[in-house]
Ligand binder design. Structure first.
Ligand SMILES: *Cc1c(COP(=O)(O)O)cnc(C)c1O
Length: 461
């Protein structure tokens, strides 16, 4: 420390106004606005006062002060929601935003959100229309259901269905289906929130049609619920009646059956080398009165909760106050309609990114991986597996080819990749960093290779 006492030192601290008048100050106000710039200057001046007061520093030059100010401005305005490159091979990665959207879907959303629209306007009559109509026609045409309704997401679809149809009434559900989806989201909790009274039947591993029968006969029941086990398999000494048997028993007692399919698939996953996942149409054919599912899982569209089924029931849902609380916005509705159009036209596999990834030819993945490996020092191509993910098709893998990058401290290297811009998300297997071409969007390939090359050259094994 110099001999100067701190008090006289602190008097040399430039004022907020003086800093605002510097060339940097003028630039920052232009870029970040007056108030935010002032807040950042105050923050930095405060830091300096503390340090100097504690005899841990001297007053920096104004240019250096303004460098700190810029660092704060950048920190405060840095978007926390930003694009990343998904090189994990998990196609529906819930933490990475589930389904990337098709080009037509993106264009449709953009067209609607940049101006006014017929969201709730009837052009024919020149008066108020319904937001529900936009996706309903497509849903009924594709699934053959009598009616359809779109809400915010599948969890809210469940909440709406149970609030409207079995509030304070006994609702049957098998113990084999009381699942936790992820992020602490538990089906029984959502069901309880709706006010429905859960009546659990069967055991953790086995439930029989007689369990349903007995529960229905013992006391009045309002609704029978079935929940798809999205993220685990029931294996070993297990039993569950077919959906047809459940609907037959329920219908004989005049009760509706609601099937929460979770993922909601319109295509046959068995055509892609995966286990067969019950489709929405199959659930309806098996007698489900309402089927609900997500828009952004195997459907490959925007976040939404989709309900299809009998018109009398859907009409009741639409009129319930919860419907308003969980309604879908114009971005979701316009995007969903565009994604549904791909199914209607039979072009889902060609146009929807997640189906392009699921159906990707292994030879194409291999040649992409080989091309990348030639550009990444020390790497080679190995066989591996991709996952569909997103709480669908548990344990089902797709054969793939990975670029294996041998590095020291692979977990540290993953961290380094997350720091590149755009961040790259990869995985470690057998102590090597693995990159799966399957989940990398074609337009991100260039950025991925540049990011990997930079990281490898700076790692210096
Ligand atoms: C994923 C899932 C949900 C929740 O759907 P969101 O669209 O994420 O709200 C509900 N039920 C099942 C069976 C699921 O797999």
């Amino acid at each position: 420390m110099s001999e100067t006492n701190q008090r006289s030192d602190l008097r040399k601290l430039p004022s907020v106004n003086a800093l605002l008048q510097t060339p940097d100050g003028i630039d920052y106000v232009e870029d970040y606005g007056h108030d935010l710039t002032v807040a950042a200057i105050r923050q930095v001046l405060g830091n300096i006062r503390k340090k100097v007061g504690a005899e841990q520093g001297t007053i920096p030059l104004p240019e250096l002060i303004m460098q700190d100010v810029l660092a704060y401005l950048q920190l405060w305005t840095n978007p926390t929601l930003e694009p990343v490159i998904n090189a994990t091979g998990v196609i529906l990665h819930t933490n990475l935003g589930r389904a990337p959207l098709s080009t037509d879907t993106i264009n449709a959303v953009q067209k609607i959100v940049q101006g006014y629209s017929t969201l709730e306007y009837d052009l024919e009559e020149g008066e108020r229309g319904s937001r529900y109509l936009h996706a309903e026609n497509l849903l009924t045409r594709i699934t053959g259901a009598e009616a359809g309704l779109v809400v915010n997401n599948n969890a809210s679809a469940l909440l709406l269905i149970l609030s409207a149809l079995s509030y304070r009434r006994r609702t049957l559900i098998s113990r084999t289906q009381l699942i936790e989806i992820g992020g602490g989201f538990r089906i029984p909790d959502v069901m309880t929130q709706s006010g429905a009274v859960l009546e659990e039947i069967g055991t953790t591993n086995r439930v029989h049609i007689e369990d349903y029968q007995r529960a229905i006969e013992e006391e009045p029941v309002k609704l029978v619920m079935r929940v798809h086990r999205s993220n685990f398999k029931l294996m070993g000494f297990t039993a569950e009646p077919a959906l047809e048997e459940i609907t037959a028993v329920a219908h004989a007692a005049g009760l509706p059956v609601v099937d929460d399919l979770g993922s909601g698939c319109f295509l046959d996953t068995a055509d892609y080398g995966l286990a067969h996942e019950m489709t929405v149409m199959e659930s309806l054919a098996a007698g489900s009165d309402l089927v609900c599912f997500s828009g952004d899982k195997l459907l490959g569209g925007p976040q939404a909760g989709i309900i299809v089924g009998r018109k009398v029931l859907v009409d009741r849902l639409r009129k319930h106050p919860v419907a308003r609380a969980v309604r879908a916005d114009k971005m979701a509705l316009s995007g969903l309609a565009a994604t549904l159009m791909h199914y209607l036209k039979g072009e889902a596999e060609r146009k929807i990114p997640i189906w392009q990834m699921i159906s990707m030819n292994p030879d194409i993945i291999r040649s992409r991986a080989e091309q990348w490996a030639r550009m990444l020092r020390g790497s080679r191509v190995v066989e591996g597996e991709s996952a569909v993910g997103g709480g669908s098709l548990p344990g089902e893998m797709l054969p793939t080819y990975l670029v294996s990058i041998p590095v020291s401290q692979p977990d540290q290297f993953l961290k380094r990749l997350r720091q590149s811009r755009p961040p790259i998300i990869a995985r470690v297997e057998n102590d090597n960093v693995m990159v799966d071409p399957r989940s990398v969007l074609p337009q991100q390939e260039g950025a991925l290779l540049v990011g990997l090359q930079n990281a490898i050259s700076r790692w210096g094994n």
